[in-house]
Design a protein around this ligand. Structure first.
Ligand SMILES: NC(=O)c1ccc[n+]([C@@H]2O[C@H](COP(=O)([O-])OP(=O)(O)OC[C@H]3O[C@@H](n4cnc5c(N)ncnc54)[C@H](O)[C@@H]3O)[C@@H](O)[C@H]2O)c1
Length: 319
């Protein structure tokens, strides 16, 4: 199978490239990325591999999407502008990449007769829904422009599956962490920020009182489910949506304590204001993915955090 990964220079995308190049059923991996938030260094380990190809391009340009889809059997669409605060600061840019870019990719796949398309949605689509755990069939009202873009992706995926006979899987990722996640810049995610603070003995800011909870998931789970979504036989051309998480919940104070203990850091957290647009409590029901895609998440947060911290220790000086 020949797979196009968009956003392959980013955190999740580069972990996907690594795993797919080692997979016996995948003989070619092509990446489309414009390095908006991704890095050349994430692709360097693959450049000499004859099964790997890189195309520098922008999903906002249909021509780049058409070119990247040529000769591919399936699309794994990860490219987007992440971060709720970024979307609140610049909703138009987030819309342009996350919605216009998304529809370009769907249409480029359609025009190239590609029938399997998997993509990154987000737990943000659950918005203000208070019910817990979150089940795929029920969402709330969105709380940010970022969440609106991911919700819109799901609507377009639904219509493309129905109108053009495509099999499409949307994965609602819940706070992913692991190697290659960027700890720098104003929109860095909480785990890389905490690890960087711990390793540099500087105080991290916890937004709010630290009791907001997340279903943190190691990137290996995201990688495995994307590959299952690409390779599993699914009945009928349809749009499927799956939660991708561990089915456990941890609050921010506890995740900071775990990181602090594992790094023997003397840094002390300070508390800042709650961020607008943030969901307060997040916990996934993962039974749908277990049933249809044989999803068996690695949920040992402690073990995965140890591995992740090791990666940051080796890489933080260069990041
Ligand atoms: N990391 C998480 O916890 C999380 C949670 C929910 C959903 N997601 C989604 O997963 C996907 C991957 O996220 P990530 O954490 O790896 O982010 P990332 O920023 O590390 O990766 C995104 C990649 O997309 C590329 N990209 C951005 N705009 C582009 C454009 N116009 N054309 C081509 N490439 C472009 C970037 O350069 C980058 O390499 C995104 O769709 C994100 O919304 C991530």
């Amino acid at each position: 199978m020949k797979i196009l990964i968009t956003g392959g220079a980013g955190f999740i995308g580069s972990n996907l490239v690594k795993a797919m190049l080692q997979h016996p059923q995948i003989d070619k991996v092509r990446v489309l990325d414009n390095f908006a938030t991704g890095f050349k260094k994430n692709l360097e380990p693959f450049l000499a591999n004859p099964s790997f190809e890189f195309i520098e391009g922008d999903i906002r340009k249909l021509e780049d999407c058409l070119n990247a889809c040529k000769g591919m059997d399936a699309v794994c669409h990860q490219a987007a502008l992440g971060s709720v605060p970024r979307s609140i600061n610049d909703p138009l840019q987030t819309h342009d990449v996350n919605v216009n870019g998304f529809v370009n990719m769907l249409d480029a796949a359609r025009i190239n007769n590609i029938k399997r398309f998997v993509y990154a949605s987000s737990s943000s689509v659950y918005g203000d829904l208070t019910e817990s755990p979150k089940v795929e069939t029920k969402v709330g009202k969105v709380l940010s422009p970022y969440a609106s873009t991911k919700m819109t992706n799901e609507l377009y995926a639904e219509s493309y599956a129905k109108c053009y006979g495509m099999t499409i899987c949307g994965f609602r990722y819940f706070n992913v962490f692991g190697p290659n996640q960027d700890p720098n810049g104003p929109y860095a995610a909480v785990i890389p920020l905490f690890i960087k603070s711990a390793l540099t003995h500087s105080s991290p800011t916890i937004n709010g009182d630290g009791t907001i909870t997340r279903d943190f998931t190691p990137v290996t789970n995201v990688v495995n489910i994307n590959i299952s979504g690409l390779l599993t036989e699914l009945v009928g051309a349809k749009h499927y949506v799956f939660n991708v998480a561990c089915g456990n919940t941890t609050n921010l104070n506890d995740i900071w304590k775990l990181i602090k203990d594992l790094t023997n850091s003397g840094a002390e957290a300070i508390h800042g204001p709650q961020r607008p647009g943030d969901i307060l409590f997040s916990l996934a029901d993962i039974n749908h993915a277990k049933q249809l895609l044989n999803y068996e998440p690695e949920s040992d947060l402690h073990k995965e955090m140890v591995n992740t911290i090791e990666w940051y220790k080796l890489n933080i000086a260069n990041s």
